[in-house]
Structure formats: structure tokens, C-alpha cells
Design a protein around this ligand. Structure first.
Ligand code: 6PG
Length: 467
């Protein structure tokens, strides 16, 4: 009795979070809808580490008031069912936290519904997978700030810590925390796809043996590309398949799944007029990957270029690829952070862009050295409309754009598919195009639909009788 927190939903993530909380001195009650997960968790833990409950009412009654319940279940209807099962036993002032990948507008709806009952609801984005949940995830909380302050001592304690700063912060009202997590995942898709393209260039165009590609990733991980995803890529490339003795990556089917968060990121951006082409191309790359049979058929029908015989200088081109990857990453984060900024303005959320970069430095999947520079950019210039125009990134892209152009151009001439690197370069060039061809589009719209146009030399809207 008298537990300081309850964890509901004991899958991999929920169990890990519960153990993390217990290891930090919390008295944790745990509950799962089905008994089996509770039992198998209890078999793994030491006596007294966690207190299992098999009845929701007793689970809730065992918690100190105001009750704090961390829910970790699959996003969607299950969250509503869990809330429904809890509500009869809760009192005004109690706090439910949803740590799953819930859609942020569902979180806002649940927040309103519970508010009318006096119950506080926090949508807490949690990133870091199983290891993060166990040892310290990155957490993005949304809801009422007062409610957050009540759970902050626990959340900040279990979060990853970087330079003494917990990777957990209050993002804004209602669904803001889950929104930040959603876009985090969109950036994650882009980051992963960019890495996959860099890997492809090293292997297929520069013909570098796999173990040496792994070494290159290790070297990159010592410098400005240092990040979790680069680190695990080197590990993955070194792994041998026990069944065949082949590199494991070569026996894994080239079909990628997705759980929805990247898709929501693109849909939300499209709905709000925010160009996130790199994230979206990374999503589409996953969709196309899953059409394996069609691709195999097309490969036997459609023409590509002759294999280039030209031997490329390895050292020089590895550096071009490194620059292309880093610049692609800059563009992807610029898109994601623009999505934060614009959505924050649209909803009056006041998202703390600097803090988002700070809490992404540890615990989460996209943790990277380079987030320090993003945080600095927002510290120096909170109003930066796009990271690309912040001084550090202006200098970096100036230095790296030619390397990126070479890699993208070479990939196209070789017929390799690089949707995200090329989208990144296109985004960079489109963003720096002061005079675009949209005048022609506008003329076309006026021609066939009398949609009118603005002029460069006078105010107002004009229509021409084109025929
Ligand atoms: C994280 C991950 C996590 C999960 C994603 C993967 O931040 O810890 O993003 O949320 O791995 O659901 O997403 P996909 O299944 O869509 O690739």
C-alpha cells in the first residue's frame, strides 16, 4: 500500500519503465489487463521490487493521493478502454499519464474528457525503446503544467541525463507532448533513411567491403555525426547470421514496416502547409520497400544506366558521403523543427524549441551530438524561422553542399534510388531560391480558372483574359 506510482500495461516498455522507477526508489504498483504479463514480470524481479495487482480497484486504492498512474499500452482504442476502467476509482486531482505513441489529437480529446471529471491527464511521449525505458528514456510531457510539476520529480529522475540535465521536459498544453514525440519519429524515419542511402553509396558505388563500411560508420561516430543511429548501424553491419554465416543485414528482407507516427507527421504537415519532404520521402521509401514483388518484377523490365566504370577516389568520396549525410540530417531536422515552430504558432502552444533539442540529446532514438548545435541556435535566436538560416548551419551547408551535390548527382547517374538525400538537397535549393517558377504556376491557375495573381510591381490581385 501507499505506492508512489502505478504502472499499467506491462508489455516490454511498461515493464521496463516500472523497473526504472523502482530502481530510482519509487514504490511501484503494477497492473496488466491480463494476468500473464504481470506474472511473467514478477518472475523476473526481486522480491519486493514491484507490487503486483490483479484488480484495477485494488491497484488504484494502493496508490498515494493524488494518485499517479503511468499507462503504457498500445495507442488507439486500448487507451480509451484503460481510462474507462480507471475512472470509477479515481478522485479529482489524480493524474493519468499516457506514455504510448498516441495520436496527439486523441490525447487532447482525452485531456478534455478527463478535465470535466477533475482528473489530470498528461500525454507523455517516451522515446528510447526497451533499453531507454529501463535505463533512462527521453520524455516529452503535455497537459496542464501544474499536473506536470506534480509528476516531474519522478519523470526527471527516471529520464536519461546529459551533462546533468534530465532529458524530460514540459512541452505545452493537451497533446503537445505527443505531438513532439510524433515529429521526433518523423525525423527518426528521415535519419534512418539517410543513413541507409549513405550506406548504399559506400557499398554499391564505392564497392567498399561490408566490414570496412562498418569501420567508416565507427569513424563517423567519433565526429560531428556522432549519434545512436550511426552507432547501431556499425553494430548491425558487423553482425553475422548464425544460420548461414553471412552478414545478417544481407539475409534480412528489404521490406520495412511502420507503426503510424511517421505517417501522422506527414499528414499533419500536409494539412498545415508545412513542407516535410525528407520525412515524407522516407515514409514513401518504406511503403515502396514493402512492395517487394512489384519491385522485383520492375527490376527485370525497366532500364537503368550502364554500370559506371569510372573508379571513384575512395577517400575523397567517403568524405563526400559523410558531408552529404550530415547535410541531409541538417535539412531533415530543419524540416522537423519548422513543423514544431509552425504548429506551435498555429495552436498557441509556445513549444520550447531549445528544450526539445536538449531533451533529444539523450535517451531517444535520434539522440545525437548535433542536437547541441540546434539547441544553441534556438538559444541565440529563439525566433529562427528555419534552422537552415541559423549561423552555424549556414556555414556548415556552405561547406558541405558541393559534397552533397556530388553524391546526389552520382547516385542519379548510377541509377541508385536516394529519395531522402535528393529530397534534402532539393529542399535546400528550393528554400534558397528567391525567385522561383511559381509565377508560371500562378499564370496557369489564372488562365484556366481565373484564380487571379499578384504582381511584382504593384499591389492588388489581377486577372488577364489570356486568349
Ligand atoms: C522511439 C521509437 C519508438 C518505436 C517506433 C518505431 O522513439 O523509441 O520511435 O517509438 O520504435 O514506434 O516506429 P515505426 O514502427 O513506425 O518504425
Amino acid at each position: 500500500m501507499n505506492h508512489t506510482i502505478g504502472v499499467m500495461g506491462l508489455g516490454v516498455m511498461g515493464s521496463s519503465i516500472a523497473l526504472n522507477m523502482a530502481s530510482k526508489g519509487e514504490k511501484v504498483a503494477v497492473y496488466n489487463y491480463t494476468r500473464d504479463l504481470t506474472d511473467s514480470l514478477m518472475e523476473k524481479v526481486e522480491q519486493g521490487q514491484l507490487s503486483p495487482y490483479y484488480d484495477v480497484q485494488q491497484f488504484v486504492a494502493s496508490l498515494q493521493s493524488p494518485r499517479k498512474i503511468f499507462v503504457m499500452v498500445t495507442a488507439g482504442k486500448v487507451v480509451d478502454a484503460v481510462i474507462e476502467s480507471l475512472v470509477p476509482y479515481l478522485e479529482p486531482g489524480d493524474i493519468i499519464m499516457d506514455g504510448g505513441n498516441s495520436y496527439y489529437e486523441d490525447t487532447a480529446r482525452r485531456f478534455d474528457e478527463l478535465k470535466s471529471k477533475g482528473i489530470d491527464y498528461l500525454g507523455v511521449g517516451v522515446s528510447g525503446g526497451e533499453e531507454g525505458a529501463l535505463k533512462g528514456p527521453s520524455m516529452m510531457a503535455g497537459g496542464d503544467r501544474e499536473a506536470y510539476e506534480k509528476v516531474a520529480p519522478i519523470l526527471t529522475k527516471i529520464a536519461a541525463q546529459v551533462d546533468g540535465t534530465p532529458c524530460c521536459a514540459y512541452m505545452g498544453p493537451k497533446g503537445a507532448g505527443h505531438f513532439v514525440k510524433m515529429v521526433h519519429n518523423g525525423i527518426e524515419y528521415a535519419d534512418m533513411q539517410l543513413i541507409a542511402e549513405a550506406y548504399t553509396f559506400l557499398r554499391e558505388r564505392l564497392h567498399i567491403p561490408l566490414n570496412e563500411v562498418a569501420d567508416i560508420f565507427d569513424t563517423w561516430n567519433q565526429g560531428e555525426l556522432k549519434s545512436y543511429l550511426i552507432e547501431i548501424t556499425a553494430d548491425i553491419l558487423r553482425k553475422t547470421d548464425e544460420k548461414t554465416g553471412l552478414p545478417l543485414v544481407d539475409v534480412i528482407l528489404d521490406k520495412t514496416g511502420q507503426n503510424g507516427t511517421g505517417k501522422w507527421t506527414s499528414i499533419q504537415a500536409i494539412d498545415n502547409g508545412i513542407p516535410v519532404s525528407i520525412i515524407t520521402e522516407s515514409l514513401f521509401a518504406r511503403y515502396l520497400s514493402s512492395r517487394k514483388d512489384e519491385r522485383v518484377l520492375a527490376a527485370s523490365i525497366l532500364a537503368g544506366p550502364e554500370n559506371s566504370k569510372e573508379e571513384l577516389d575512395r577517400e575523397l568520396w567517403v568524405e563526400h558521403v559523410r558531408q552529404a549525410l550530415y547535410m541531409g540530417k541538417i535539412c531533415a531536422y530543419a524540416q522537423g523543427f519548422t513543423q514544431y515552430k509552425k504548429t506551435s504558432e498555429l495552436n498557441d502552444w509556445n513549444l520550447p524549441l531549445k528544450d526539445i533539442a536538449l531533451i533529444f540529446r539523450g535517451g531517444c532514438i535520434i539522440r545525437a551530438e548535433f542536437l547541441n548545435t540546434i539547441s544553441e541556435a534556438y538559444k541565440e535566436q529563439a525566433t529562427t524561422t528555419n534552422l537552415l538560416v541559423a549561423p552555424y548551419f549556414v556555414e556548415k551547408t556552405k561547406a558541405y553542399q558541393m559534397g552533397m551535390r556530388k553524391v546526389v548527382a552520382e547516385s542519379m547517374m548510377s541509377g541508385m534510388s536516394f529519395p531522402s538525400l535528393s529530397a534534402a538537397l532539393t529542399y535546400y535549393d528550393s528554400y534558397r531560391t528567391g525567385e522561383s517558377s511559381a509565377n508560371l504556376l500562378q499564370a496557369q491557375r489564372d488562365y484556366f480558372g481565373a484564380h487571379t495573381y499578384e504582381r511584382t510591381d504593384m499591389e492588388g490581385s489581377f486577372h488577364t483574359n489570356w486568349k
